[in-house]
Write a protein that binds this ligand. Structure first.
Ligand SMILES: [Zn+2]
Ligand SMILES: [Zn+2]
Length: 81
């Protein structure tokens, strides 16, 4: 069952994160190289600190993604040599 696209979704605010539901970027070369793929991106609905609230435009799956950017809680993973 598909959810409606969130009314806050804005194509000007996108994030390149693999969708845990449809995994549509699995075999994609640019995505595999973590480039900004023109085909596989997610709506960045909003964010809370470093936690991104995303929606997949393909399968409309809605989920939270911990980006690790700008985090103020916990140790930063692998940030220092
Ligand atoms: Zn999806
Ligand atoms: Zn891709």
């Amino acid at each position: 069952m598909l959810l409606p696209i969130d009314p806050l979704a804005d194509i000007g605010r996108r994030a390149w994160v693999p969708c845990p539901s449809c995994d549509d970027a699995r075999d994609c070369v640019p995505c595999g190289e973590r480039r900004h793929c023109p085909d596989h991106w997610r709506y960045l609905i909003s964010h809370t600190g470093s936690l991104l609230h995303l929606q997949c435009p393909g399968c409309t799956h809605h989920w939270d993604h911990e980006s690790g950017f700008g985090a103020t809680r916990g140790p930063s993973p692998g940030g220092r040599a």
